[in-house]
Design a protein around this ligand. Structure first.
Ligand SMILES: NC(=O)c1ccc[n+]([C@@H]2O[C@H](COP(=O)([O-])OP(=O)(O)OC[C@H]3O[C@@H](n4cnc5c(N)ncnc54)[C@H](O)[C@@H]3O)[C@@H](O)[C@H]2O)c1
Length: 392
């Protein structure tokens, strides 16, 4: 069996978990080297029994110590553009965490580069695409079980310890994370675009900070069991101690409305501190309706004129990290892609479209206006139609 030689840029908790899942799913791997000033993911790897490999001062030193079968990028979001580009320059296959990049300008530049061709393969960790429940939703939509999709209603609501982590971790700052929605739910907007089968034409959004504010600091900070509610996890790189007195500048709750080019309408509601966590997609079509409960990993479907009980499918495999086996499923997808050339479930272009969608939502919120997305898509399409580089 081939042993994959892996180099990592940004060895945080996420890459720690992805590597652990890869090993668990039968990858023979050697973490050969990493570039990270203070690898937050080290304890995760120690627990999985994966040796850390050689520490490198920066990505250039890491590349010089190659070759690698895979370079994995798990740095904070504002570094993705530079790290992904340098890894592509080095010529090794790349796995990069989502969001693929953090701004519209970076998206256009990367789109231009990828459209020109000649780059090594680039896989993006939009891990929900690998989940069996999500694959089933997409398959049912594609098979026409719901008829034409008319409207979608979706949520992502987090428990206090998760919201408290976001308010202390680097994700609290737009300069590092992009935004609350870009970091947290670009996954969901990727799937919504896939279900709708179109791009958003108009978007509006309202959101703000009403939870993790100095005024909120006087509210109780422990669960009724005595456990800390907001500071259960290490806040990591550039972490802040107190979620209520950090310098957070992204939203802690946000709503959005989108109308896609083909008249599919969507509402979205996210809150980062609730007592009833939920990640739910309600998809209504002309012939049927589907509810995907991503927290409980359950699907419910019924045809519009059926009077019998809805079909209920439980996908099981619930895990404490709420990923419910997604990392393991992605590890298998990546293995099948690298070993057998099977298509990876999501492309960098899907990832860029999802990112741009969320960026448009955030821009609409900042402007306080409904945003016409046509100019943004025109700029993206122009970048994607870049001519191939002229060979000397
Ligand atoms: N797909 C998913 O479900 C999922 C889940 C969590 C995180 N993520 C993504 O993974 C990425 C990492 O998130 P995380 O939760 O692991 O964060 P983290 O804070 O645990 O890790 C980030 C790591 O980057 C390192 N770093 C900072 N500056 C660096 C630099 N200049 N060069 C190299 N390394 C540097 C930090 O020291 C840290 O070890 C983010 O893009 C995030 O959006 C994806």
């Amino acid at each position: 069996m081939k042993t994959y030689r892996i180099g990592v840029i940004g060895l945080g908790q996420r890459i720690g978990h992805v590597l652990s899942a890869m090993q668990e799913m039968g990858w023979s791997l050697e973490l050969s080297a990493y570039a990270d000033p203070a690898p937050v993911g080290a304890p995760v790897l120690r627990q999985a029994g994966i040796p850390l490999g050689r520490a490198c001062a920066d990505p250039d030193q890491l590349f010089a110590r190659g070759p690698y079968d895979l370079v994995m990028v798990g740095s904070p979001n504002h570094l993705h553009f530079a790290h992904v580009n340098r890894a592509l320059d080095a010529g090794f296959p790349v796995f990069a965490e989502k969001p693929i990049v953090r701004t519209e300008t970076e998206t256009l530049a990367l789109a231009k580069r990828l459209a020109a061709g000649g780059t090594p393969p680039l896989f993006i960790g939009l891990v929900m695409r690998s989940m069996p429940i999500v694959k089933a939703v997409i398959a049912r939509v594609d098979a026409g079980e719901l008829g034409e999709i008319v409207s979608i209603d979706a949520t992502e609501h987090l428990p206090p310890e998760h919201g408290g982590y976001l308010a202390r971790n680097w994700r609290r700052k737009a300069a590092w994370g992009g935004s609350y929605l870009l970091d947290k739910v670009c996954h969901d907007f990727d799937i919504f675009g896939r279900i709708a089968g179109a791009r958003p034409a108009k978007v509006a959004s309202f959101g703000g900070r009403r939870i993790f504010t100095p005024e909120g600091a006087s509210r109780p900070r422990r669960y009724d069991t005595g456990e800390e509610a907001f500071v259960q996890r290490d806040a990591g790189w550039m972490g802040a101690n107190d979620p209520f007195h950090s310098d957070m500048d992204v939203t802690d709750h946000q709503t959005a409305m989108l109308q896609y080019d083909n008249q599919v309408r969507l509402t979205f509601h996210a809150n980062s501190c609730v007592s009833l966590p939920e990640r739910r997609w309600y998809v209504a079509g002309t012939e049927g309706t589907l509810i995907a409960d991503l927290v409980r990993n359950k699907l419910m479907v019924r045809r519009t004129l059926d009077r019998g009980k809805p079909q209920r499918i439980e996908y099981g495999g619930l895990t404490a990290d709420a990923h419910n086996g997604a990392d393991q499923a992605m590890a298998l997808d990546l293995k099948a892609t690298m070993e057998k050339g099977a298509p990876f479930p999501v492309s960098p272009f899907d990832s860029m479209a999802a990112g741009l969608t969320v960026m448009a939502v955030d821009r609409a919120m900042a402007l306080g206006e409904m945003l016409d997305c046509a100019p943004m898509w025109a700029a993206y399409d122009e970048a994607c139609s870049a001519p191939a580089p002229v060979k000397a």
